[in-house]
Write a protein of this length. Structure first.
Length: 128
């Protein structure tokens, strides 16, 4: 088990995501910001290429196409599967800056059976 939002956790989840199907065109450079956590704000980023997670790293990505900012409690609920990522976005619980069309093109992936299973598998190895 690795601690949520640690680099160890990001490394483990990236490896787990290797089995996700190819999704041509699902490519993005995404910055995530989780605010108000017990250890302060956390920034990490993903680099996706055709649905494959190539990078998942703590820190700031200077050339991110999209930045998603979420409060700690809502981010925790999303990660645990208690709050649907699409619903959180539509409710304004996930603030998006940058290329909104890119985000909209990626949202359907979060409803795929493969993604839902990956989310459950990740929650099972995460220390919250």
């Amino acid at each position: 088990m690795s601690k949520w939002l640690s680099q160890e956790w990001l490394d483990e989840t990236r490896k787990m995501a290797e089995g996700q199907p190819d999704r041509p065109g699902a490519s993005a450079r995404m910055q995530y910001v989780v605010t108000g956590g017990p250890d302060g704000d956390v920034e990490y980023y993903w680099v996706l290429e055709n649905g494959k997670l190539l990078q998942s790293t703590l820190g700031h990505l200077d050339d991110a196409e999209v930045t998603l900012t979420t409060g700690y409690e809502d981010s925790l609920k999303i990660q645990k599967g208690e709050l649907d990522a699409n619903a959180a976005f539509m409710q304004g619980k996930v603030k998006v800056t940058g290329n909104m069309a890119k985000v909209m093109s990626l949202l359907p992936i979060t409803n795929s059976p493969e993604y839902k299973q990956l989310q459950a598998d990740i929650a099972a190895i995460t220390e919250f």
